[in-house]
Design a protein around this ligand. Structure first.
Ligand code: ADP
Ligand code: MG
Length: 559
C-alpha cells in the first residue's frame, strides 16, 4: 500500500508539534475529546433533519481506555464517523482552515498553547504517540476505514472492520526518554484529572474503566478491587454554572479550550439573563489583537447554542462591527434548534439578545475605563481603532454608544485622555476642543500651528491615526463643544486688536504677499499674515472644513 505524504506545510507543522513546542503535552486528550464531542453533535444534527435516525442520548458517549501492556491509549466515540474521502480530507491536511499564516514563530516558541487554533487539534496526538491509528465508520457508509500514520512520513488508508458507527483512535505511546515519560498517560488517575481539568463541561459522558475498592460480598471487612465503568465529567457547561463557583482560571481554561485566542483574555463577562428573553453567555475581551483582525479575513461572531447544543459556530448578528473583537458564546433556550441562518437574522429573540449583549459590553468597558485605567489602555491599544471606525461607520449611528470610550493623546500629559476629561478641564473662555494631526506625538509637538493654542493654556488632542480626525468629524461635538483643528484658518481665539494690526501690516505689504502667492501658484489658495505664529515664521492652514491631513488621507483612498 502506498504511503501518502502530508501536504508540505502540514509536514512542517507536524515536525514542530512533535518537537514539543507546546508546554503541556496533556492537552492532546482535550483535543481528541472535543473532536469526539463535535462528532456526536453532528450526529445529533443529522437526527434532527433525518427521520430515519433516532437520537437517543444514552447511546452517545466517549470512552477513554488505556492498555498498559500494549502502551496504548484509546479514545472512542459513537459520533458521525468519517467516510474514506473525509478521512483523506480531514486528516491528510493539517490546518485545512488555511490559517497556517503564523504570525511569527517566536510566539509559538514562547510556549503559547496554540494547538487547535488552526484546526490542528488532531495532530497534537503525535506529541505523545509514535503512531496513531484511526478506525472509523461513517453514518453514510457501510464500509469502515483505517487511517494510520507514524508521524511526518505520511499516512495510509485502507478498509477495515468496525461494527458500529463512530470513531476509534488508538495512540501508541512514545517510548520514555531521559527527560520525558509518557507512561503517565496510561495511568487512571492522571487521565481522570486531565479529563476533569479540560473537558468537564463536555455534554456527553466521557467514560473510563476505573478500579474501585469494594467490600467483598458477604464479608464484614474484606475488600476487593473491581473495575467499574464511570463517567468522569460533570457534563454541566461552564456557562450554566453559577458565577460564584467559578474562578478566573476556569474562564481562562475555557478560553484556551475553545481556541478563542493565543492570549489570555483581558476580561470575561458571564451573563445569566432571565428576562424577556432567557439566555446565558460568556463573553471575552481578548488582550491582544488577533493577527488577522484588521484584515478582510477576520470574521466576527459568537458561538450560538440552543439548550446547550451548538447551532452556529460564528453568529455574526450577535455583535456590532465595532465590538467584533469580542469572543464567546450565547446559549438560549428560547431559540429554536433547527432555525436557519436566514431566519436567524430576523429572529426577534436574537435581536433582543444582541442588543442586550452590546449594552453589557459597553458598560463593562466603561467600568474598566473608570476603575482599571491601565487595563483599559491595554485594551484600547489593541482595539481602539475599531471603536473609532465604529463612530464613523453608518454615518455615525453608533457614536453615542462609543464616544465616551474613546481615548486620544493629549498635549497635557504624554498620555491618552477621554473627551470627558478634556472638556471637564477646559478653561471657561475656551470655545472649542482643539486637535492637531500628524504622524507621531513628537512631530505634532513641533507643529507651528499648535503654538498659539498652547500659549493660551489650552489643551490639544494629538491625532496620530488617520481615523482620528474622521471620527471627531462624525461626532461633530462633544458635550456641545465643537472640534477644531489647530490648522484651521480661524481658531476662534484671535485677539481683535492683534488681528487688526496684522491686517494693516498685510495691506502695507500687499505686493509682497501677491508675489509670494504668484510664486507658489496653485500650491496654495492664499498667502496672508497671521496672528498665530510665535516662534515660527510661517505655517500651513486649511481654509475649509477639510484639514490638510484629511486631504492627504482622502487623496490616498482608492476611488
Ligand atoms: P478541528 O477540530 O479544529 O476541525 P482537528 O485537527 O481537531 O481540527 O480535526 C480535523 C477534522 O477531522 C475535524 O474537523 C473533523 O472533521 C475530523 N475529525 C477529527 N476527529 C474526529 C472524530 N472523532 N469523528 C469524526 N470526525 C473527526
Ligand atoms: Mg478539533
Amino acid at each position: 500500500m502506498a504511503v501518502k505524504q502530508f501536504q508540505a506545510e502540514s509536514k512542517r507543522l507536524l515536525e514542530m508539534m512533535i518537537n514539543s513546542i507546546y508546554s503541556q503535552k496533556e492537552v492532546f486528550l482535550r483535543e481528541l475529546i472535543s473532536n469526539a464531542s463535535d462528532a456526536i453533535d453532528k450526529m445529533y444534527y443529522r437526527a434532527l433533519t433525518d427521520d430515519s435516525i433516532s437520537f437517543n442520548k444514552n447511546d452517545y458517549y466517549i470512552k477513554v481506555t488505556s492498555d498498559k501492556e500494549k502502551r496504548e491509549l484509546i479514545v472512542e466515540d459513537t459520533g458521525i464517523g468519517m467516510t474514506e474521502e473525509e478521512l483523506e480530507e480531514n486528516l491528510g491536511t493539517i490546518a485545512k482552515s488555511g490559517s497556517l499564516a503564523f504570525k511569527n514563530e517566536t510566539e509559538i516558541k514562547d510556549g503559547h498553547d496554540i494547538i487547535g487554533q488552526f484546526g490542528v487539534g488532531f495532530y497534537s496526538a503525535f506529541m505523545v504517540a509514535s503512531s496513531v491509528t484511526v478506525i472509523t465508520k461513517s453514518i453514510d457508509s457501510d464500509q469502515a476505514y483505517k487511517w494510520k500514520s507514524n508521524g511526518a512520513e505520511g499516512y495510509t488508508i485502507e478498509p477495515a472492520t468496525k461494527e458500529t458507527t463512530g470513531t476509534k483512535i488508538i495512540l501508541k505511546l512514545r517510548e520514555n526518554t531521559e527527560d520525558e515519560t509518557y507512561d503517565d498517560f496510561l495511568e487512571e488517575h492522571r487521565l481522570q484529572s486531565i479529563i476533569k481539568k479540560y473537558s468537564d463541561f463536555i455534554r456527553y459522558p466521557i467514560k473510563m474503566d476505573v478500579t474501585v475498592r469494594k467490600k467483598k460480598e458477604g464479608t464484614e471487612d474484606e475488600y476487593e478491587e473491581v473495575i467499574e465503568e464511570q463517567t468522569i465529567n460533570s457534563m454541566v457547561p461552564i456557562w450554566r454554572k453559577n458565577k460564584n463557583e467559578l474562578k478566573k482560571e476556569d474562564y481562562e481554561a475555557f478560553y484556551a479550550e475553545k481556541h478563542y485566542g493565543f492570549d489570555k483574555p483581558l476580561k470575561h463577562i458571564h451573563l445569566s439573563v432571565d428576562g424577556a428573553v432567557r439566555y446565558q453567555a460568556i463573553l471575552y475581551i481578548p488582550e491582544k489583537t488577533p493577527f488577522d483582525y484588521y484584515t478582510q479575513e477576520y470574521e466576527k461572531g459568537l458561538e450560538l447554542y440552543s439548550n446547550s447544543v451548538l447551532i452556529m459556530d460564528k453568529c455574526p448578528d450577535l455583535l456590532p462591527d465595532y465590538f467584533s473583537f469580542v469572543k464567546g458564546l450565547v446559549d438560549s433556550e428560547d431559540l429554536s434548534l433547527n432555525i436557519s441562518r436566514e431566519m436567524l437574522q430576523h429572529d426577534r429573540q436574537l435581536q433582543l439578545i444582541a442588543k442586550n449583549i452590546k449594552n453589557k459590553i459597553k458598560s463593562e468597558l466603561k467600568t474598566m475605563l473608570k476603575k482599571e485605567r491601565e487595563t483599559y489602555e491595554k485594551f484600547y491599544e489593541s482595539f481602539g481603532r475599531q471603536l473609532k471606525f465604529g463612530v464613523q461607520m453608518d454615518f455615525g449611528a453608533n457614536k453615542d454608544d462609543l464616544k465616551d470610550l474613546l481615548l486620544f493623546y493629549s498635549s497635557k500629559e504624554k498620555k491618552m485622555v477621554t473627551l470627558d476629561e478634556y472638556v471637564s478641564r477646559m478653561p471657561e473662555d475656551q470655545k472649542y476642543i482643539y486637535y492637531a494631526t500628524g504622524d507621531s506625538y513628537e512631530r505634532i509637538e513641533k507643529l507651528p500651528q499648535t503654538e498659539m493654542v498652547l500659549d493660551k493654556g489650552y489643551e490639544i488632542l494629538y491625532f496620530t491615526e488617520d481615523i482620528d480626525e474622521f471620527a471627531v468629524k462624525t461626532l461633530m461635538t462633544y458635550k456641545d463643544k465643537q472640534f477644531k483643528s489647530v490648522a484651521s484658518g480661524d481658531l476662534g481665539i484671535e485677539d481683535e486688536k492683534e488681528t487688526e494690526d496684522v491686517k494693516a501690516e498685510e495691506k502695507e505689504n500687499e505686493t509682497l504677499f501677491k508675489t509670494m502667492k504668484d510664486v507658489l501658484k496653485d500650491k496654495v489658495v492664499n498667502v496672508r499674515a497671521s496672528t498665530r505664529l510665535k516662534s515660527h515664521p510661517v505655517c500651513l492652514t486649511a481654509e475649509g472644513e477639510v484639514s490638510i491631513e484629511m486631504e492627504k488621507v482622502l487623496q490616498a483612498m482608492p476611488n
